[in-house]
Unconditional design. Structure first.
Length: 417
């Protein structure tokens, strides 16, 4: 049971990360009013979280490889909790962007939680469970995203957005204490101890960067993940609210179905890759299914709410093909350098897809500016169809990248040199 305890505590913090990730979507109307932000500015405020995170992912992966996941993970919780508190005190787009970036820097060490979870999995479990544990870890994150949309939107309406963020900050600090007291990097009898030195860092990184397929996997991760970061974590609730005439709290609950679908999807794609011992086919199924779901949701008129719900569920399910990229890059990187591979993949997955948050906001502003001078409730269905076509294009690119990637499942972590 000890391996499951180590992994379980780390994934609790990963759940907390996903709550932080979807806060702008859950509290969107209140935040746009408080910061007097148009769509492009609000998209930039939200995406600052992911930019600082993305820039620090590879250094954090190196840190986890050399010094173990426990200490960075505990520090992550402290920084992220403090960032939430400071974000709640912001009163302008500039201070909101800076403090959101601080939350993201905490998320870089707080998003080390995902790298840490997988590094703990690599340390505590046999290699033939790794892809499955990637999927299970992602499930926990999806639960965090679900609890971070509808319920936090309702809590924000009841208590106010600042008070809601104070509660979230307190949760982060509490998790820091739990991690510090209970988590251990690896079994006491493990052979490979954290090195505590950095002489092998750059060779590990250079080796990975020289792999053509690592870049293709990164492109796949960035483009397929726009469905979660750009749509699910920010603009999806506004789209559902505008296109289908439901109130905003109900729209956030409906949109969270993308993360509900990601729960079985995360497990399915990790399990499928391990079962058939192939990465390429699950990646093609994921990107192809996500592309079809997004096109129907966006372009088929007058869909009933039950169909919208089903399509959002399917979109989340299929786009969990992104979990394969973690295991894929771990197999083509060097042995005992999983943190480098995971950090590289996470940089693409989050940083690349986050670029589309402000881009979609800017496209919405271009289409909606003539309709109203107000920053709130100026969006139209036609504007969303125009702006969200960028996600359709991304999913097509993901499918093409999967077509060109080479199979690598047979290179298990134990056999790499």
């Amino acid at each position: 049971m000890l391996p499951w305890l180590m992994w379980g505590i780390a994934t609790l913090y990963f759940l907390f990360d996903f709550i932080n990730q979807v806060i702008p979507a859950a509290l969107g109307p209140e935040l746009r009013i408080a910061f007097k932000a148009d769509a492009a500015t609000f998209g930039l405020i939200s995406s600052c979280y992911f930019y600082s995170y993305a820039l620090l992912q590879i250094p954090i992966g190196l840190t986890v490889d050399r010094f173990g996941p426990r200490r960075p993970l505990a520090m992550a919780a402290i920084v992220a909790g403090t960032g939430c508190l400071l974000f709640s005190l912001s009163d302008s787009p500039v201070t909101a962007s800076i403090t959101r970036m601080l939350v993201g820097a905490g998320a870089a060490f707080s998003f080390v939680s995902f790298v840490s979870c997988l590094k703990l999995a690599a340390n505590w479990f046999p290699a033939n469970r790794f892809a499955t544990l990637v999927g299970l870890t992602n499930i926990i994150g999806m639960i965090g995203a679900i609890s971070g949309e509808g319920p936090i939107a309702a809590l924000g309406e009841k208590l106010g957005w600042q008070e809601t963020l104070w509660i979230i900050a307190a949760v982060g600090w509490s998790l820091a204490l739990i991690i510090f007291v209970l988590v251990r990097d690896q079994p006491a009898n493990a052979i490979n101890k954290p090195a505590g030195v950095t002489q092998a860092i750059w060779p590990d990184l250079r080796y990975l960067l020289a792999q053509r397929d690592a870049w293709l996997a990164g492109i796949y991760a960035a483009t397929i993940n726009t469905s979660f970061i750009a749509f699910g974590a920010l603009w999806g609730a506004n789209f559902v609210h505008t296109a289908f005439g439901v109130n905003y709290v109900q729209a956030t609950s409906i949109t969270s179905l993308i993360f509900v679908g990601a729960i079985p999807g995360s497990f399915f794609f990790g399990w499928l890759a391990d079962k058939i011992q192939r990465f390429k086919l699950p990646m093609l199924i994921g990107s192809g299914g996500g592309l079809l779901s997004m096109m129907v949701l966006l372009y088929v008129p007058a869909l009933p709410l039950w169909a919208v719900s089903g399509l959002l569920f399917a979109l989340g399910f299929f786009c969990c093909g992104n979990v394969i990229t973690y295991a894929y890059n771990a197999t083509i990187g060097r042995h005992s350098a999983e943190g480098v591979s995971l950090g590289f993949t996470n940089t693409w997955l989050i940083g690349g897809s986050a670029l589309f948050q402000p881009l979609i906001g800017w496209l919405l502003d271009q289409h909606s500016a003539a309709n109203s001078n107000s920053h709130i409730s100026t969006f139209t269905l036609a504007g969303f169809q125009f702006a969200l076509t960028s996600i359709v294009i991304c999913l097509l690119i993901a499918f093409i990248a999967a077509l060109f990637i080479k199979e690598s499942y047979q290179k298990t972590p134990q056999s790499r040199t």
